[in-house]
Write a new protein. Structure first.
Lengths: 367, 300
């Protein structure tokens, strides 16, 4: 046994060395710099910040290099770092209506105050590989508008003015906003903590669940009221000062889903909301999040809970990819002891079975 | 015939066939289309391809169009009734690029019209083909999510569930609460999803002289309504099918009995209603028809 442990140490040391070598690859190719990743793989950086739950582009870029481009591994690295940081306060609620938007689209209105703005989107590109990119060709500067942006009220507020949509979610009086990184998860959750969990949930998992609601598993008749991407200001209340201090700006993606709702025993017929907000530019994630949020409000709205996407415990328990990848991949760790116990049990039961039924049946089973 | 998608100087590592798809794929899709025409309203499974636009952007419609389009065709693409919506522009440009065909916004001039969510107001004529982009081809999907079940239901012509759903609507709301993707019965046999067009457009499908083809890329289904086919919207004797009615004409061209878009003018409740079919509206205005706001504009 002693020999095996020593062998393990050497094996790990050598494995890490080999990993570092493979990560670096051919030494004659220049090493990636973090600014290259931040600038040119920005959406990957955004995903790592969002699901890593830490807004720092450079650290996310570092995590991506270190993880050899495996984004879930990079998210894990960022999470493992953020968890060591002190929590010195909570910002004031972000005002997304005041966002400096680079993109803003509504699918419910052809035109609306503030206008539709495509921004830097893949949406209407044709997915044809562009050989010119491989040549590193020059990219022209973008067209930027000079005039000031007109006010861009949120579509949900416009609908709210007519009383057709439910009001923005309210918490019970005296409710202190939860923090899933500081408190253990408990079911049923309030919407605040649930949204936090969704915001850093795995993009692929939420995407699949959102998709399932569109295909009839808890259909929610969604319309994209609005998607906006841009920079918002963060403000912090400091006890010593009687005005909030501006900390800086972060880029976020917000999705307000407007859902048809035929009313239930609890709520009259009106439009309801699903909400998505994530760090950086990630429309897919924000949209999936808003569909999941709406589906998970089934209990609150008195809808029948029939599908996976409506099952809070199922969704939230499995949405965290760092947890999920850990538990799935842990199966490759040694399980000798448990397996041994199982082996013993199976052997014993087979022996008992054979004693009771004779040896003939085993042959049949083998066929 | 192959088309280079890059400029003259670009490295030639990717060349694409006429209308993007290779000829074998086109033949496969055409076989599915022919089968669909032979069995009106029946959903024919087909080996949908990856397209250079995402699922949900009309990959089914694009594949159908790519399979039937020829160099002589004149293509019109609309989304929400309009030629100038971003996705319509994008798909039109796609076919201009990969098939080098003539495109138009005039309904009457087009030989192929690809559409999402509308049927043009101008009646279609013989020889035209209307290609619908379909997100969820199965009309029974929201009553039964499993494909294995719904295919059985179609095979047995077991549509009771749909009638119960419509009846429950009436019992709860006093009327049928489906406003778009309103189910139809084709030639007395298959219940079919007309794609998410408003039910306003359903009557246009009935006995249309044009060929109507439906493509659902992600769900891998094609179906068809041949010219002069009976298409009946499901209803009850005492609750007959009705289409939407607008209590005002188009603000720009004054058209009545057309489908209108609501456009917000400000955040204080100001709004106007205009034709969803932009070609119809422009044609009318060119012919001298003026609506309420169009008159104001002219006065200024």
């Amino acid at each position: 046994m002693y020999v095996a442990v020593k062998g393990g140490e050497a094996a790990i040391r050598n494995a890490h060395r080999l990993l570092a070598d493979r990560r670096r690859g051919d030494r004659s190719v220049p090493a990636l710099r973090l600014d290259q990743i931040v600038e040119q793989l920005g959406l990957g950086v955004d995903r790592v910040m969002s699901e890593g739950a830490l807004y720092d582009r450079e650290l996310a870029a570092l995590a991506i290099v270190q993880a050899r481009g495996d984004l879930i591994e990079a998210i894990f690295l960022v999470r493992a770092y953020r968890t060591t940081l002190p929590r010195f306060g909570y910002t004031r609620p972000v005002d997304t209506a005041a966002m400096l938007a680079e993109r803003r689209v509504s699918a419910t209105y052809k035109d609306l105050p503030g206008g539709q703005m495509l921004g830097p989107t893949f949406d209407y590109t044709h997915r044809l590989l562009d050989p010119e990119l491989a040549e590193g060709s020059e990219v022209p500067e973008p067209e930027l508008r000079d005039e000031a942006v007109e006010a861009m009220p949120r579509v949900s507020d416009i609908l709210g003015g007519e009383g057709l949509i439910e009001p923005d979610g309210a918490m019970p009086a005296g409710h202190v906003t939860g923090d899933i990184t500081r408190e253990p998860t408990e079911f049923p959750m309030e919407r605040d903590t649930r949204l936090q969990a969704l915001s850093r949930g795995d993009e692929g998992f939420l995407l699949a669940l959102a998709y399932s609601t569109q295909r009839g598993y808890a259909r929610s008749h969604p319309f994209v009221g609005e998607i906006r991407i841009g920079e918002v200001e963060l403000e912090l209340e400091v006890p010593e000062l009687d005005f909030p201090v501006t900390l800086g700006r972060i880029r976020v993606t917000e999705c307000q889903m407007v859902n048809q709702f035929h009313g239930s025993a609890k709520v009259p017929q009106e439009f309801t909301r699903g909400y998505g907000l994530v760090f950086g530019q990630s429309e897919r994630k924000a949209m999936a999040m808003s569909l999941c949020d709406r589906a998970l409000r089934a209990r609150e709205l008195g809808e029948d809970i029939t599908a996976a996407a409506q099952d809070e415990e199922f969704v939230i328990s499995h949405s965290d990819n760092v947890q999920a990848t850990g538990f799935v991949e842990h199966l490759k760790l040694p399980h000798y002891v448990d397996f041994q116990a199982e082996l013993d049990l199976v052997r014993r039961m087979r022996a008992e079975h054979e004693a009771a039924h004779g040896g003939g049946e085993r042959k049949e089973a083998a066929e | 015939m192959s088309t280079s998608l890059k400029g003259e100087n670009a490295p030639e590592i990717a060349a694409y066939n006429f209308a993007y798809l290779d000829e074998q794929t086109k033949r496969m899709i055409r076989r599915a289309i022919l089968k669909g025409i032979a069995i009106p309203g029946y959903q024919v499974p087909f080996a949908s391809r990856e397209m250079p636009m995402p699922y949900g952007w009309g990959t089914g419609g694009v594949q159908v169009t790519a399979a039937i389009i020829g160099p002589e065709d004149v293509l019109k693409v609309i989304d929400q009734g309009a030629d100038d919506t971003t996705n319509a522009v994008s798909i039109r440009n796609f076919f201009r690029k990969v098939a080098d065909v003539e495109t138009t916004t005039e309904t009457a001039r087009a030989t192929i019209i690809q559409t999402r969510h509308r049927i043009p107001e101008t009646p279609l004529r013989e020889g035209q083909t209307l290609v619908y982009q379909v997100p969820i081809p199965e009309p029974l999907r929201f009553l039964e999510p499993r494909e294995t079940e719904t295919r059985k239901m179609h095979a047995l012509e077991e549509y009771g569930l749909m009638h119960v759903k419509l009846y429950e609507d009436i019992a709860r709301h006093g009327h049928i609460a489906t406003t778009y993707a309103y189910p139809v019965k084709v030639e007395g046999r298959y219940v079919m999803d007309p794609s998410p067009t408003p039910k306003f457009d359903n009557p246009k499908m009935h006995m249309s002289p044009a060929l109507q083809l439906f493509g659902a890329g992600r769900e891998k289904r094609i179906y068809a309504i041949p010219p002069f086919t009976e298409v009946v919207s499901l209803d009850f004797e005492d609750h007959p099918f009705e289409i939407q009615k607008f209590d005002r004409p188009c603000a720009l061209c004054g058209a009545e009995q057309v489908y209108l878009d609501e456009v917000l003018l400000d955040d204080r409740g100001g709004r106007m209603f205009v034709c969803s079919d932009t070609d119809h509206c422009e044609t009318r205005r060119a012919a001298g028809h003026v609506g309420e706001l169009g008159a104001k504009e002219a006065a200024q």
